[in-house]
Design a protein around this ligand. Structure first.
Ligand code: AMP
Length: 297
C-alpha cells in the first residue's frame, strides 16, 4: 500500500504562451496521480473551502481521499513564471494558507502503508508524519527552494528519516552548497538516505547508491507546454511502480527511475495536470518501448 503526503494547490502558472490561473496543482497531486497508474495511492493533504468541486472529483477519480482534510480558509497557492526556454522557473508567490498550520495525522486505514512518499511540503510536517506509520518498508521525499531557504535544518532532518531523496539539481546545489552533483549526492547520502535521485529536467536524472551512479536520459520531446509537476510526476511514478511490484532492490529502483522519466515526459506535454489525467496505461507502455529504443545500442 502506498500513501502520498504533501501539498495540494491552486497554481498560477505563467508560461510564454499561456497563463493558467488557480488550476489544480501541488506536489502531492502530481505525485499521487502519477503513482495511480501503477497502484491505488492514499492521499494525506489539506485544502481550503475554496477548493473547487471539479478538482475534488479529479482527485477522487484517482486516489483514496480518506486522508484529505478540508479546513476553514484558503487553499495553498503557488505562483510561478517560466522563461522562454521553459527550463527556468521563478517563484513569484508562495501562500501557505491552510497548509501553514496544518496538523496532519495518518488515518488508521493508512497506517499499514509500506510505501510512503513525502512530496514537497513543510519538512517539519513531513518528518513528523513518517513516524506515525506502523511499518514503512520504503520511503522517499523531495523538497523545494522555499523550504531550503526557510527551514534548512528541518529539511536535513526530514532527509535523515527516509530511504531515498529525490531532488532537482539546483536545489541539491543550494542545499549542500556544493556545485558538483556527485559531491552533492554524497553529502546527502552521508546524512542517511541510501538512494539519491538528482533530477536534471529535460536532461534526465542521476541515481546514486553506494558507489554506483545510474544515469538515465529524459524522454526527448518536440513540444513542451508546461513543466510544472514534472519532478513530482517522476517521483510518483518511481514509488508507484515500486509499490506495485512490492520490491525495493536496486535493479527495480533503476527501473522505477525509467518510469519516472516516462511519466515526467507526459506531465510536461499539456498544461497543468492534464498531461497525466488524460493518459491511458497503454500510452505508458508504448512510451516505455520508445524509451528503450532510444537508449539501446
Ligand atoms: P515541480 O514543478 O515538480 O517543482 O512542482 C511544482 C508543484 O509544487 C506545484 O504544483 C506547486 O503547487 C507545488 N509547490 C510549489 N512550491 C511549494 C512549496 N513551497 N511547498 C509545497 N509545494 C509547493
Amino acid at each position: 500500500m502506498l500513501t502520498v503526503f504533501g501539498s495540494t494547490a491552486l497554481d498560477t502558472i505563467r508560461t510564454p504562451k499561456k497563463v493558467l490561473k488557480d488550476v489544480l496543482g501541488g506536489a502531492a497531486t502530481f505525485a499521487a496521480i502519477s503513482a495511480s497508474f501503477f497502484t491505488k495511492p492514499s492521499l494525506i493533504a489539506v485544502v481550503g473551502e475554496d477548493f473547487p468541486k471539479k478538482y475534488h472529483n479529479i482527485l477522487k477519480a484517482h486516489l483514496d481521499l480518506r486522508g484529505l482534510s478540508v479546513l476553514n480558509g484558503k487553499t495553498f497557492r503557488y505562483d510561478g513564471k517560466y522563461d522562454k526556454t521553459l527550463s527556468v522557473r521563478k517563484t513569484l508567490k508562495t501562500e501557505l494558507n491552510v497548509l501553514g498550520d496544518f496538523k496532519p495525522s495518518v488515518p488508521e486505514e493508512y497506517k499499514k502503508s509500506d510505501f510512503v512518499y513525502l512530496a514537497n511540503n513543510d519538512p517539519e510536517q513531513n518528518a513528523k508524519i513518517i513516524k506515525e506509520f506502523d511499518n514503512v518498508r520504503f520511503s522517499m521525499c523531495d523538497t523545494i527552494e522555499f523550504w531550503i531557504m526557510t527551514k534548512k535544518n528541518s529539511v536535513i532532518k526530514m532527509m535523515k528519516s527516509v530511504d531515498a531523496v529525490v531532488i532537482n539539481d539546483e536545489e541539491a546545489r543550494l542545499l549542500t552548497k556544493e556545485q558538483n552533483l556527485i559531491t552533492c549526492a554524497k553529502k546527502i547520502m552521508d546524512w542517511g538516505p541510501k538512494y539519491i535521485v538528482i533530477k536534471k529536467g529535460e536532461h534526465g536524472s542521476l541515481l546514486f547508491h553506494e558507489d554506483v551512479i545510474f544515469s538515465s536520459v529524459g524522454f526527448s520531446l518536440k513540444s513542451v507546454l508546461d513543466p510544472t509537476g514534472a519532478g513530482d510526476s517522476f517521483a510518483g511514478a518511481m514509488i508507484g511502480y515500486l509499490a506495485s511490484k512490492k520490491k525495493t532492490n536496486f535493479s527495480e529502483i533503476k527501473k522505477s527511475v525509467v518510469y519516472g522519466n516516462v511519466m515526467g515526459s507526459f506531465a510536461v506535454e499539456r498544461y497543468g495536470i492534464n498531461g497525466l489525467t488524460r493518459l491511458k496505461r497503454s500510452d505508458i507502455t508504448k512510451r516505455l518501448k520508445q524509451y528503450e529504443k532510444m537508449v539501446t545500442f
